[in-house]
Design a protein around this ligand. Structure first.
Ligand code: COA
Length: 335
């Protein structure tokens, strides 16, 4: 990055892409592993199945495929991409996976880095990238959300393992001096409530030599207080969206689509009811994929664009929320 290069004021949405692994884990199959049932999972969450990445497919592979699709829809020469941000909590390399995606894409003129904010990750990365574009530092950015939570789920814990799956989504955005299609955004975190949802460091003590201890690297499986996370989401997400409508002078009636982080159908319905947004405007695909963490929002947007639901100039209210705790919202116009 070399300071201000472009005199741009806004962001335009140019393309979307997504990728999910082939392996399908149905509710019925999970019930062979833990004491649960298809009916329980469907009723409590809306999820029927999820994708599991397995051998030979990791976050870098999924993120690459999603980015490639988004760049193809944008019809960009790969060498014109300036910035790649990968939102992930499950990188294939803790030092960062975005540069590997940059390399696989051949996007040699881009700077690429990871951003971690769990299920809010994509939203936070989109806002970060859009600020770089609005500030004039970069012209073309690809924002990726990709996660492989299957590697960190406790597959013996029926209270959490039913929720999560693997996948990736990406959005291509461009700076423009004609308009700004990131109409507004809000971001929040609250570390005090962080213990409700964790993928914590293991704290495995070891010694290098006598009296010099160190902690061996490694992570424990996901720990979740489902009820508290549920209460947090149905309370905070409507509040932040209402605040966003107020600051942008928009009303919920002007919204064409509500794209929430796909965590639980009951959360989606409850947020929609509180905002008086009718069910047909609330996009949902968690029946097929479950909660893919940072991937859910771009995965949902990409599916809706390719199915001709989201059309040019549609207004999308979106909100990500999850571990941290972290949450945020953005009001965007597609195109
Ligand atoms: N199958 C069958 N029974 C299950 C079960 C499962 N997979 N998981 C929990 N149960 C049981 C519990 O043991 C409990 O039994 P008990 O009453 O005999 O003790 C009962 O079902 C109710 O459990 P509870 O935790 O109150 O269920 P719930 O209605 O809150 O649903 C979640 C659980 C996890 C689906 C729900 O809390 C949720 O979705 N929370 C948000 C989680 C989330 O979105 N996390 C990611 C955020 S990014």
């Amino acid at each position: 990055m070399e300071g201000i290069k472009f005199n741009k004021i806004g962001v335009s949405f140019k393309g979307s892409g997504s990728y999910v692994p082939d392996q399908i884990l149905t509710n019925q199959k999970i019930s062979q592993k833990v004491d649960t049932s298809d009916e329980w999972i469907k009723t409590r969450t809306g999820i029927s199945e999820r994708r599991i990445s397995g051998l030979g497919c990791n976050v870098t592979d999924m993120g690459y495929e999603a980015a490639l699709n988004a760049i193809a829809m944008a019809n960009w020469d790969i060498k014109t991409v300036d910035l790649i941000i990968l939102a992930t909590s499950t990188p294939h390399d803790l030092f960062g996976s975005a540069p590997s995606i940059q390399h696989k894409l051949g996007a040699y003129n881009a700077v690429a880095f990871d951003l971690t904010a769990a299920c809010s990750g994509f939203l936070f990365a989109l806002i970060t990238a859009s600020q770089f574009l609005k500030g004039g530092s970069f012209k073309r950015a690809v924002v990726i959300g990709a996660d492989q939570l299957s590697s960190f789920v406790d597959w013996n814990d029926r209270r959490s393992c039913i929720l999560f799956g693997d996948g990736a989504g990406a959005i291509a955005i461009e700076a423009t001096n004609e308009f700004d299609n990131v109409i507004g955004f809000e971001m929040k975190t609250d570390g005090e409530r962080g213990s409700f949802l964790n993928l914590p460091f293991k704290n495995d003590k070891d010694s290098i030599i006598d009296n010099i201890d160190f902690l061996r690297g490694g992570f424990s499986p996901i720990q979740m207080n489902g009820q508290e996370v549920y209460k947090f989401a149905v309370k905070e997400v409507p509040i932040i969206l209402k605040k966003l409508f107020k600051t942008t002078n928009y009303s919920s009636e002007r919204v064409d689509w509500l794209v929430l982080h796909q965590a639980n159908q009951r959360i989606l319905d409850s947020v929609g009811d509180k905002l008086k947004i009718p069910r047909e405007k609330i996009l949902s695909n968690l029946e097929k994929y479950g909660n893919t963490s940072a991937a859910t929002i771009p995965l949902m947007i990409d599916e809706a664009i390719r199915n001709n639901k989201i059309k040019q100039h549609d207004i999308i209210a979106t909100s990500g929320f999850g571990a941290g705790l972290s949450w945020g919202a953005a009001l965007i116009k597609w195109g």
